[in-house]
Write a protein that binds this ligand. Structure first.
Ligand SMILES: [Zn+2]
Length: 275
């Protein structure tokens, strides 16, 4: 799926609707309350409602998802997901508003919701097995001092790796300043990371809390360099409060590609509340 063939694959709202339906109910409708396989369709709304023929529970394709209550066309949403899925570029609110013809405010809100779904899906997948964790810093890449500059954001890059140390699932999480000693992440900082993001039974955990340690994990640092390049190219005047969701977005794409998924489909599933 690319921007070039989007109009072919999704020529109408109906085509988008069918796509989401097939993701949500690959074997046909299932009532989310009682599991009954038949529903009446109530078409008085823009997005049809399904009423279970057994228990009368009403549901829609977007119930309980980030699209619930949105007045923006499904087709614009899917186009937004495709733009976010582009591995080299991603998108920002200015580009998105231009591409799909919505206001900047709407585009910004859509991206915010998409990133929220991404972060929630990441939270459900802790690192496991062999885990490497490497400290890094965002901002002012050529700051040679040992103290942290106020424009610098410390973070930990963590990965589940194969037996050869090759990462296959990554996370990048900002470290609270209370867990920093100069540019070094303290033990309380690495503990907070492992408590929140590493499975308790991870059997082989290696943490490098300083950036310039001779044991540093170079593949994780180079992955973070890629992230930084993307951040700098895509967002101007990045606010720290949004940095975490951008990091999650970058990792989401990387993880999807690494696992052999099509990013657009994986993102659609995540945004429609599916695994
Ligand atoms: Zn039912």
């Amino acid at each position: 799926m690319t921007l070039d063939n989007f109009d072919e694959v999704f020529p109408s709202e109906r085509a988008c609707f069918d796509f989401v339906f097939s993701l949500k109910w690959p074997d046909g409708f299932r009532c989310p309350r009682c599991g009954h396989p038949h529903a009446y369709t109530v078409c008085s709304r823009r997005i049809p409602l399904f009423e279970c023929r057994s228990c009368r529970h009403q549901t829609s394709l977007t119930a309980g998802t980030i699209l619930e209550g949105s007045r923006t066309d499904l087709r614009k949403w899917l186009r937004a997901l495709l733009l976010v899925s582009r591995t080299e570029e991603g998108t920002n609110a200015v580009q998105l508003s231009r591409e799909i013809g919505v206001t900047y405010k709407t585009a910004w809100l859509m991206l915010h919701k998409i990133r929220r779904a991404i972060s929630a899906s990441d939270a459900r997948e802790p690192l496991a097995g062999i885990v490497q964790v490497q400290a890094a810093v965002h901002g002012r890449p050529h700051n040679p001092t040992t103290s942290l500059h106020q424009q610098e954001s410390p973070l930990l890059v963590g990965a589940s790796t194969d037996a050869g140390g090759e990462p296959f699932y990554v996370k990048m999480k900002l470290v609270s300043l209370k867990h920093m000693s100069g540019k070094l992440v303290t033990r309380s900082g690495t503990k907070a990371f492992t408590d929140d993001h590493v499975k308790a039974d991870a059997h082989d955990l290696h943490i490098v809390a300083g950036r310039f340690s001779s044991h540093r994990f170079k593949s994780l640092l180079s992955l973070f360099n890629e992230t930084r390049n993307w951040l700098n190219a895509t967002f101007h005047g990045l606010e720290r409060k949004y940095l975490q969701s951008y990091l999650d977005e970058f990792c989401f794409r990387w993880n999807a590609v690494r696992s052999g998924c099509e990013v657009f489909e994986r993102l659609s599933r995540v945004c429609f509340g599916l695994r």
